[in-house]
Design a protein around this ligand. Structure first.
Ligand SMILES: C[S@@+](CC[C@H](N)C(=O)[O-])C[C@H]1O[C@@H](n2cnc3c(N)ncnc32)[C@H](O)[C@@H]1O
Length: 217
């Protein structure tokens, strides 16, 4: 789904309030429709939202559009990504979240799999109360997000995964594998597609080894 449903937006806000969240990461924000909910909810507690998204149509069309239907990543897709790279939905993002001057938003224009970002010592990226995973919907992409970013959620925090339904089998399999390897229970959606995983204990040392890193666009 291109954004969360109204029901999911309400659930996300409720979960964040329940844990008193002040630092939330959204991976894959697109035009900021859910980011708006995150920022508004966290503003109540004086918190801030970190967003990782390349803000480029290439990632949305190629990674979430075409790649979902192909087993491999053909060379032609690399060309399409390059051509689309300059086209951006970022203006719509800022409009939806309330303007570039809106406080409490840290935007990283990047893929979540970018090795430089993953290795960054930027304090803003080290630890979160909750991570909302809604970026690359392939198995490898979703698993990397769970391992490398979900692994930064504190004890008692939450990993929320969008599109955890049979329409996105890669996302479902990634959640199954990560929850098995970490021993965390995934609460699957009974309505719409938001999966909720509550973190217990320190996650940094747990989870599957990363076996795949996507190409940067
Ligand atoms: C389904 S949309 C996100 C929708 C948004 N969370 C919402 O609820 O309105 C997916 C977004 O993820 C971005 N994306 C794709 N692969 C990504 C990656 N590896 N890292 C970060 N963002 C990615 C796409 O460019 C797109 O903006």
């Amino acid at each position: 789904m291109i954004t969360t449903t109204g029901f999911e937006k309400g659930e996300i806000a409720r979960h964040l309030r329940d844990i008193g969240a002040r630092r939330v990461l959204e991976i894959g924000a697109f035009k900021g429709e859910t980011t708006r909910v995150l920022v508004d909810t966290l503003a109540e507690a004086g918190g801030s939202v970190v967003v990782i998204d390349p803000m480029s149509w290439s990632s949305e069309i190629v990674r979430n559009g075409i790649v979902r239907h192909t087993a491999r990543f053909p060379r032609v897709l690399t060309t399409i990504e390059r051509l689309l790279h300059r086209a951006s939905y970022e203006p719509a993002f800022w409009q939806n979240v309330g303007g570039r001057e809106r406080a409490g938003i840290h935007l990283y224009r990047s893929l979540s799999s970018d090795p430089r970002l993953l290795a960054s010592s930027d304090p803003v990226l080290q630890s979160f109360d909750a991570v909302f995973v809604d970026g690359d919907h392939s198995y490898a992409g979703a698993l990397l997000d769970l391992e490398r970013w979900g692994g930064r959620v504190r004890d008692g925090g939450l990993v929320l995964v969008h599109d955890a339904t049979p329409r996105f089998p890669g996302v479902v399999r990634a959640v199954e594998d990560w929850s098995r390897s970490t021993g965390l229970e995934a609460v699957w959606p009974t309505r719409d597609s938001l999966c909720v995983i509550r973190v217990r204990g320190a996650l940094a040392e747990r989870g599957l080894p990363v076996t795949h890193v996507n190409h940067a666009p």
